[in-house]
Write a protein that binds this ligand. Sequence first.
Ligand code: PGA
Length: 249
Amino acid sequence: MRTKIVAGNWKMNLNQRESLELIDALKKSKFTSSAQVIVAPNFTALSACSEALQGSGIGLSAQNMHQSESGAFTGEVSAHMLEGVGVSTVILGHSERREYFREAGALLAAKVDTALKHGMQVIFCFGELLADRESGQHFDVVKSQLKEGLFHLPEDAWKNVVLSYEPVWAIGTGKTASPEQAQEMHAFIRKTLANAYGTEVAERCPILYGGSVKPDNAVLIFSKPDVDGGLIGGAALDAIDFSAIVNAI
Ligand code: PGA
């Protein structure tokens, strides 16, 4: 059985006090599923959230990090700093980082290497633009994003990698991929992984879906055999909606 994961990407929302309020509400929620639950607040809230989450069973993720160990990189945050406040997971390659901060290929591969070197779990995001899907390029785009970011890794590194397929046209748009579209792509991703690393790695690796997952569409998306959970944006900012999504798995 693959690990099921539901992660909340809070993006650039909620200050420290508001983040702690949401954590409080989540701690009071009844999670009936056995999925691993993770939240990703902004950098300024991580330390306080780390303390607040102690013993809750909810994991803590950063939304990004720098690839270098330390040094003159004004405004950046390193893996070592994240470790220091008890962060064990990092989201890398999110489409907003790719689009607004030009993150891609070798840079993301370097971030992945640094995170894994520090023993962190990586949630690696990728997915096609609407134009790629409309021109029938979506499988090729996804395959090259995987190759560029991850296929240099040795086999044993994959135990700390979680994939998150997020079609860019579905993020924050209210437009979800249909459960069939999600399953089709997830099966393709697993096959691509099996071709590169063998079936054991492919069968063990959780593949999340992200893009306008809400309480009313989560059950159907999560019912697909190759969908192992979700990366949730907007709906993760509401404790009731987020719990309903966790419990949909
Ligand atoms: P959304 O965001 O659920 O608001 O579409 C998903 C994501 O960006 O991870």
